[in-house]
Design a protein around this ligand. Structure first.
Ligand code: SAH
Length: 586
């Protein structure tokens, strides 16, 4: 599971110096500031309650510079399950207090300690176990899972009441704590990857020490045979008497990354998958004198001992155990992801939640500088790869190469990525210049609101009936084809949305378009010129085909030319609505 970066919420500029101090020890944290009251923040918000509840629901750790009461009252309706809540802390504006409020099972106390130490204060810890023994049994550090959390509370209470505990197995965080450890104590804390039953007097922690290596045995993808692989892994773990909770991840060669069986295993056991290069695996195979890639991958991940290897007709699977928990963040690389997203025309509330989620999680942003500007709120700690707007194919290749290395790459277009934008360029490169290493990448297109939709919404419903879009740019297609399409669309009586109407180098095409359209459509046909939608200098102007002045358009204008049915309505305030009716019966 990816760890979600904390968000620090400030309601005024006075809190920012202390917030920055906290960021010095939590560099991944994002600073959210109330719009109008704060400046120089990563994300500016207007609705405190909505923002806070959205972050909480997304499991984001929250550090609020405000009264504890405000945080509690705002989140109260959402408090249902203490196992699932993220850490929530209140910090005093002058940095004199840090109060952990929620998320006791998800590390709030350790976060409070970290913040308190950079502010040189004492955290307001109230959990007795934490204070007395320096650990929370219910909230073990990364790499350990408590198999029976329901027993932990009473177990801790018994220790606080004076009972002692015996430690079995290896875990420095327990050994080095202030727990009352005694050799022959009746109560036991055991650290083991074995599947053992727990009792109220016997707590079990499963360390993330098991690596599962998998390789398909023939080159075709095994769709539909995933169940076979899931059953194999389940059986192997059962036969080796190992606890599934101790499995750190699934490991494989990057050349097998697109194999659906791997995804099936990962999702059915809720495990991360990490990949190694074929060379790195080959070296381990050579050292261990094996021809099995699954064994190579498992041993490379675990740097420990091979426990079991089995195979079916389609897969080989190996289990290895590491001496210490495997850190999934530093072992292999995840499958590369390429998301081709559309930001919408410009306004952040016109950007889809899916796109925002991708922007938050991606590692690398690829795009033309103007488009990178549209997602500025998300660029902190990202690697930015700016390029010239015309270099679409080169940009697509850069993005695919980065994703093939295991990064989560986002390619940014304005509007919708599939409309005169980067999605087609990526697929063209994939189709015509495919490299084998790109096979492993998971590719996704996330839609956005296109300029014509934003323009239509501003002015009414001009796209209410059949319409088409035509780009007037003749950089990638010859003008003769554009002329043909304008004529055909005009003859077919489509409403037409014109993209790229003019640019610095292309000035005559729009006047020529107007001439062609006037051959088929009356001079009083409504025309909408929408400029800089969702950005500074937005304007929407309505004129007619006859009095359209091409110089009124620029490269940030989208033009909608009505059909013979498109109508204008006067608004009481002097403005105009434009719409195209859907019925043809009058
Ligand atoms: N993918 C984009 C289109 C890119 S082509 C989309 O779906 O909107 C670039 C053209 O889109 C510009 O020349 C202009 O015609 C139009 N456009 C893009 N953003 C715009 C905006 N904010 N306001 C008006 N037109 C815009």
């Amino acid at each position: 599971m990816t760890k979600i970066a904390p968000v620090i919420i400030v309601l005024g500029n006075n809190s920012i110096p202390v917030a920055r101090k906290i960021i010095s020890v939590l560099p991944e944290a994002q600073l959210y500031g109330l719009a109008g009251r704060t400046s120089d923040v990563d994300v500016s918000f207007t609705e405190f309650g909505v923002t806070l509840r959205e972050l909480f629901t997304n499991n984001t750790p929250i550090i609020g510079f405000c009264a504890t009461g405000i945080l509690i009252r705002t989140l109260a309706p959402l408090l249902a399950n203490k196992r699932q809540e993220p850490p929530v802390l209140a910090v005093a504006e002058d940095g004199s207090a840090v109060v952990p409020l929620l998320g006791g099972l998800n590390g709030v106390n350790s976060l409070a300690r970290k913040i308190a130490s950079v502010l040189s204060i004492k955290p307001a810890l109230t959990t007795t176990g934490d204070i007395r023994f320096g650990i929370a049994l219910e909230d073990p550090p990364a790499g350990y899972r408590l198999s029976n959390p329901e027993y932990a509370k009473t177990f801790m209470s018994d220790l606080l009441a004076g009972q002692s505990v015996r430690l079995e197995g290896n875990a420095a965080w327990l050994r080095n704590s202030s727990l009352p450890i005694v050799q022959d104590a009746e109560k036991v804390i055991e650290v083991t990857e074995k599947a053992v039953d727990s009792t109220p007097n016997h707590l079990i922690y499963h360390p993330a020490t098991i690596a599962i290596g998998i390789t398909p045995l023939n080159p075709t993808l095994h769709t539909g045979e995933d169940c076979e692989l899931v059953a194999l892994v389940q059986q192997m773990l059962a036969d080796a008497q190992l606890a599934p909770a101790s499995v750190a991840g699934v490991f494989a060669s990057i050349s097998d990354a697109a194999e659906p069986g791997l995804q099936a295993i990962a999702s059915s056991f809720n495990l991360p998958i990490r990949f190694f290069t074929p060379d790195a695996i080959a070296q381990v195979m050579y050292q261990n004198n094996t021809a099995d890639v699954a064994i190579g991958a498992a041993l490379l991940a675990a740097a420990g001992e091979l426990v079991m290897q089995r195979q079916t007709a389609n897969f080989s699977c190996a289990i290895a155990i590491a001496p210490l928990p495997i850190d999934i963040n530093t072992t292999g690389t995840p499958r590369g992801r390429l998301a081709i997203i559309g930001t919408g025309p410009g306004r952040s509330d016109w950007m889809s939640p899916e796109v925002k989620e991708i922007l938050r999680n991606a590692t690398d942003f690829v795009g033309y500088s103007t488009y990178l500007n549209l997602v500025k709120a998300f660029t902190k700690d990202k690697r930015l790869h700016e390029s010239d707007n015309r270099e679409e194919i080169a940009r697509a290749k850069v993005a695919l190469d980065l994703a093939a290395e295991g990064w989560f790459v986002v390619v940014i277009s304005s509007g919708d990525p599939g409309i005169y934008a980067m999605a087609a360029a990526v697929f063209e490169v994939l189709d015509k210049q495919a490299k084998p290493e790109w096979q492993s990448i998971e590719i996704q297109v996330a839609p956005g609101i296109s300029a014509m939709q934003a323009a239509a919404a501003k002015i009414g419903a001009p796209l209410g009936h059949d319409f088409c879009t035509i780009s007037l740019s003749d950089i990638l297609k010859p003008w003769s084809i554009i002329e043909q399409r304008i004529t055909a669309a005009a003859q077919a009586d489509f409403v037409i949305a014109f993209y790229n109407p003019v640019s610095k180098q292309r000035t005559w095409q729009l006047a020529q378009t107007q001439k062609i359209l006037l051959r088929h459509r009356s001079a009083d046909t409504p025309v909408v010129l929408a400029r800089n939608l969702g950005r500074d200098g937005e304007s929407t102007v309505v004129c007619t085909l006859g009095n359209l002045v091409p110089e009124q358009a620029d490269m940030r204008t989208v033009i909608i030319v009505g059909s013979s049915k498109t109508r204008m309505i006067q608004k009481p305030d002097g403005g105009i609505w434009v719409y195209t009716p859907r019925r043809y019966d009058d």
